[in-house]
Design a protein around this ligand. Structure first.
Ligand code: GZL
Length: 323
């Protein structure tokens, strides 16, 4: 008799414990998730579209988003991440303005048991356990696509092709990798030569300023502009026109992002091609955050699929563009 009571009591206790654990599990799954996101700034059309995608997706997913704007400064991103740790957010995500200098603050997040997701740009750390996943484009491939378009475009030309290059933010993954991919394609083609290369920091204003300097130094010797993003290309187009030259004709222009401004420039015949780099990472990020909170394993690398848009397709593609 006694033994039976003991067994019954034990089973009731176990059932009660199971209910509490399941409840907690559900609670965790149903608890509102708080995501701390450190955004680089608002330097380009791409960045504005990226921020919009993250804000709209967080709202749609019912995730409490704390988004901070670092105004292009790494120290502001580090401050924001420390603040998210102090606030005990559930997940931290950020788009690192440059590749290096993140280990200390990422170690603090790891010690606080807050997972970190990288979006858009990568970090260069020895210990890749400091972040759980990196989602974004393959910038080296974007650089290859830019150069391959140029090689194809000039395949019947025997004259030298002198290229000036507007690089993105110094030390940033897109600037490093877009240069790497472009040079990988032209390195064994002596016809193609990068005669000037300088950062325009991904902005229209700086892109125009540096292109003015290129034109002053090289003038009609320039055949092609390779810009690491559309905003710098659009700034450079103004400089080219002010120098009395025809952008898209006297100087071929290749850029990256495929933002609306690039389609407008292509439809005006002033930009020859833009390589897509999608800023619409919000939905993927929110899915990853929810999966993480549900205890799922995330892939270490999530690559966004993208295309190439030459001038000839701009008018038909423009109405379909989402950013
Ligand atoms: C690329 C992104 C770059 C864009 C620029 O993923 O980091 O930063 O190409 C933006 O337009 O400023």
């Amino acid at each position: 008799m006694k033994r039976r009571n003991f067994v019954t009591t034990g089973m009731v206790a176990l059932a009660g414990l199971a209910l509490i654990l399941v409840g907690q599990g559900c609670q965790k799954e149903n608890k509102q998730i708080t995501l701390g996101f450190s955004q680089i700034g608002a330097e380009s059309e791409w960045r504005t579209a990226n921020t919009k995608s993250i804000e709209e997706s967080a709202k749609a997913a019912g995730i409490d988003l704390k988004l901070s704007d670092a105004q292009q400064k790494q120290e502001n991103q580090i401050k924001a991440i420390r603040s998210f740790i102090a606030q005990k957010v559930d997940v931290i995500a950020f788009s690192p303005v440059v590749e290096t200098g993140w280990e200390p603050v990422l170690r603090e997040a790891k010690e606080a048991k807050i997972p970190v997701i990288l979006t858009d740009r990568a970090v260069d750390t020895k210990d890749d356990s400091l972040w759980v996943s990196f989602m974004g484009s393959d910038f080296v491939e974007e650089g290859r696509r830019a150069a391959n378009w140029l090689v194809e475009k000039t395949k019947d030309q025997k004259d030298p092709v002198n290229i000036v290059e507007l690089q993105g933010t110094v030390g940033s993954a897109p600037a490093i990798d877009r240069k790497k991919g472009f040079e990988e394609v032209i390195k064994d083609k002596p016809q193609f030569k990068i005669i000037r290369s300088q950062t325009g920091d991904f902005t229209r204003a700086k892109g125009k300023e540096v292109m003015e300097a290129f034109l002053k130094a090289e003038g009609k010797n320039i055949n092609v502009l390779y810009a690491h993003n559309d905003d710098m290309a659009i700034g450079a187009i103004q400089a080219i026109e002010e120098a009395g030259l025809r952008p898209g004709k006297d100087i071929l222009i290749i850029s990256i992002d495929a933002v609306k401004g690039a389609f407008e420039a292509m439809m005006a015949g002033k930009l020859n091609v833009t390589v897509e780099c999608s800023p619409l990472l919000g939905p993927q990020l929110m899915t990853a955050v929810k999966d993480l909170m549900a205890g799922k394993q995330l892939p270490k690398r999530i690559v966004t699929e993208e295309g190439v848009f030459p001038m000839e397709t701009a008018a038909q593609e423009f109405p379909k563009r989402k950013y």
